[in-house]
Design a protein around this ligand. Sequence first.
Ligand code: ZN
Ligand code: ZN
Length: 347
Amino acid sequence: MRALVYHGPGKKAWEEKPKPTVKAPTDAVVKVVRTTICGTDLHILKGDVPAVTDGRILGHEGVGVIEEVGAAVSNFKKGDRVLISCITSCGKCDACKKGMYSHCADGGWILGHLVDGTQAEYVRIPHADNSLYLAPKGVDEDALVMLSDILPTGFEVGVLKGAVKPGDTVAIVGGGPVGLAALLTAQFYAPAELIMVDLDDNRLAVAKKLGATQTVNSGDGKAVEKVMALTGGKGVDVAIEAVGIPATFDICQDVVTAGGHVANVGVHGKSVSLKLEKLWVHNVTITTGLVDTNTTPMLLKNVVAGRLSPRQLITHEFAFDEFVKAYDTFGNAAKEKALKVVVKTKG
Ligand SMILES: [Zn+2]
Ligand SMILES: [Zn+2]
C-alpha cells in the first residue's frame, strides 16, 4: 500500500509500505477513505517530536471502512464505516475509567506517533472497540474527519476546561483550525462576546463568518490594549490560548478578568513566565490538557443534527496520490489561505 512516511527531520515520502494486519485480538484494520494533516504533523517533520522514528507512517485523523477485525472486537465488523479517534484507549485501565483516555495505559496519542498512523491506504487501530466510532448513515464524511482531533480538542481543552458560560465574554487567541473549533463549540453555551485574536486577516475574516463577534489583529503587538478596549477595560471571563508560544499565553494572562479562566490548548515547546503575582489575587484559574475525545459521541450527534458544521473548516481537498502537494499547501497555510485540507480516496 501507499503511505506518507517520516524519514527524520525535514524528510518525508509518499511510498510503498506493507499493508497492516491484525496483531492483537482487540485490533481492527481500517481502509482509510478520508484523512487530513494536523499542525502536530508539521511539528514532527521539524524534528520537534523525537519519539517519532524514521519509517513511521504519520497521521492521527481519519474516516475509513473496516477491512478486518480481531477476534475480541465486538462493536464493529467488516464493511462498517468508522470515524478514527486521534486517541487510542482500552476503556479498562484506571485512566480510561476516569474518562481520561489521553492517558490510557496502553494508548493515548499513539497513532502516527508511536505506531503507524492514518496517512496511508490502511491503518491498524489498537483497542478498536473504544477507539473507533460508527459513522452515521448519510453523514458528511469530510466533515466527520474534523471530529478525529480538532473539534474535541477545541471543545474539551478550550471550552470545557475554560468553563464557558451563557453571557460570558470569551477571547480565543489563535485562529487556526483548533482555535476555530473552540469558536464553533463555545457557541453551545451562548457566550455574549466571542473575540478572535490572530495575526492573519484571512483567518479573522473566517472567524467572523463562524461566529466571532469581534476580531483583533495582533500584528502590531497591541492585542492586550485592543481586547481591554473592546471589553470596556474589564477583560474577558475566558481566555483560550490556541497557539503555543509565550507571547500568546501572555496575552491570555493580561486580558483575563477577576474570577476568569485561562484555558491553554496550544502545544508549548518553551516555558512561559507565569504572572502569578497578578493572577492569584484575581482568583484566576489556569487549565491545561490533552484531548481525551470522550466528548466525540456528543459532538457527532450535534453534527448529525446540523447544530455543528465542521465542514466550514475545510479549505482544500486532495487525492491520496497528491499527499506531498497537500503537505506543501498546509505547510504554507497563510499564503494558501489553508485551514484544514482533506485527503480522500474515490471510495
Ligand atoms: Zn492533531
Ligand atoms: Zn486505557
